[in-house]
Write a protein that binds this ligand. Structure first.
Ligand code: COA
Length: 324
């Protein structure tokens, strides 16, 4: 019995912001950015490209591949931390745009691990209620949450959305297992303020605004160790050897994190899907965008074992295993 992915889709904003464009905004260089992160360019959402709109297009593409109509969707989960509104959720906007009148909808915030967490949640919905068809989406417009004067962070992130349609099937395919972790004690190393959460004064002074703040070196160190440990625990629990994995799709944080992780695990480069050079770190959207690209490029055959892993603010991290 399996919670099977029937279709994948993605949507990227039109505007490309290259490293050379960034050289005009902050004291940086294309060479520095590429050598430290592997990123050459990223997409930036403009008018009409709010997270819910990118999410809706990604969802439509996934539904078209799956052959699923909006009326057949029972649940929509959107992993995001950059919706254009705090209330209603991004997922409710997606439901309305799609006309998915039979669905209930909610957002899930686990920062860059949001899609992995959402996939785990969705698969449990599907296994508990085998009639359910679920849309799982990762959608971010983090360009709206960046301090464009901070060269430590503005070079890293980009916008986009990816989606999958999931449904029960009596098969060995589907989401096999996941290992998820959080450590809230480390929140300060990677965080983003929202509006003030209490009201000691009507207009509190010193409100830092909604910008990503990060201790890059610490995040780097934790990310590699955490993802390595999650992957190893998951494989041990499922009694699966790394050699049996056909494709790894990691969260596209940056190339140095990924290279270090993969060399520690001993995974061969040709078994890994990487597109961080084109899109930067799209947070919760990075895995489903990469999954869609890998799927459409024919990198996934029926029965293949797929490993995904991620790390993000919280800290949140984990790994997941799917049979395609
Ligand atoms: N362009 C040029 N120089 C820059 C720069 C930029 N965009 N950003 C920082 N620098 C400078 C620093 O000011 C510092 O200068 P100094 O030595 O004169 O003080 C120098 O480069 C080294 O900075 P440091 O932060 O130590 O660089 P680093 O090698 O750790 O690389 C990151 C920085 C952000 C690329 C790296 O720490 C990283 O990848 N961290 C993980 C980030 C991440 O993936 N976050 C999301 C996880 S989901």
């Amino acid at each position: 019995m399996g919670a099977v992915i029937l279709g994948t889709g993605s949507c990227l904003p039109e505007r490309i912001l290259s490293n050379h464009d960034l050289e005009k905004l902050v004291d940086t260089s294309d060479e520095w950015i590429r050598s430290r992160t592997g990123i050459s360019e990223r997409r930036i959402s403009g008018e009409g490209e709010e997270a819910y709109r990118l999410a809706t297009t990604a969802a439509r593409n996934a539904m078209e591949m799956a052959g699923v109509e909006p009326s057949e969707i029972d649940l929509i989960i959107v992993a995001t931390m950059s919706s254009h509104m705090t209330m209603p959720s991004c997922a409710c906007f997606v439901q309305n745009e799609l006309g998915a009148d039979n669905a209930f909808a909610y957002d899930l915030n686990a920062a860059c691990s949001g899609f992995l967490y959402s996939l785990d949640t969705a698969s449990k919905h599907v296994l508990c209620d085998q009639e359910k068809t679920v849309l799982v989406i990762g959608a971010e417009t983090l360009s709206s949450r960046i301090n464009w004067k901070d060269r430590n962070t503005c070079i890293l992130f980009g916008d986009g959305a990816g989606a999958v349609v999931m449904r029960y099937a009596d098969t060995i395919r589907g989401v096999l297992a996941s290992q998820l972790f959080s450590d809230g004690a480390l929140w300060k190393l990677l965080h983003m303020h929202a509006a003030p959460s209490c009201n000691p004064a009507i207009d509190p002074p010193g409100n830092p605004g909604s910008h990503i703040l990060m201790e890059g070196r610490d995040v780097f160190k934790y990310a590699v160790k955490a993802m390595e440990s999650a992957v190893l625990q998951l494989l041990e629990k499922e009694n699966i050897n790394l050699d049996d994995i056909d494709l790894v799709i990691p969260h596209q944080a940056n190339i140095r994190i990924l290279n270090k992780l993969l060399s520690r695990l001993g995974v061969k480069q040709e078994k890994v899907f990487i597109n961080v050079q084109k899109y930067g770190n799209t947070s919760a959207a990075s895995i489903p965008i990469a999954l869609d690209e890998a799927n459409r490029e024919g990198r996934l055959g029926e029965g293949d074992l797929l490993l995904i892993c991620s790390f993000g603010g919280g800290f949140t991290w984990g790994a997941g295993l799917l049979r395609w």
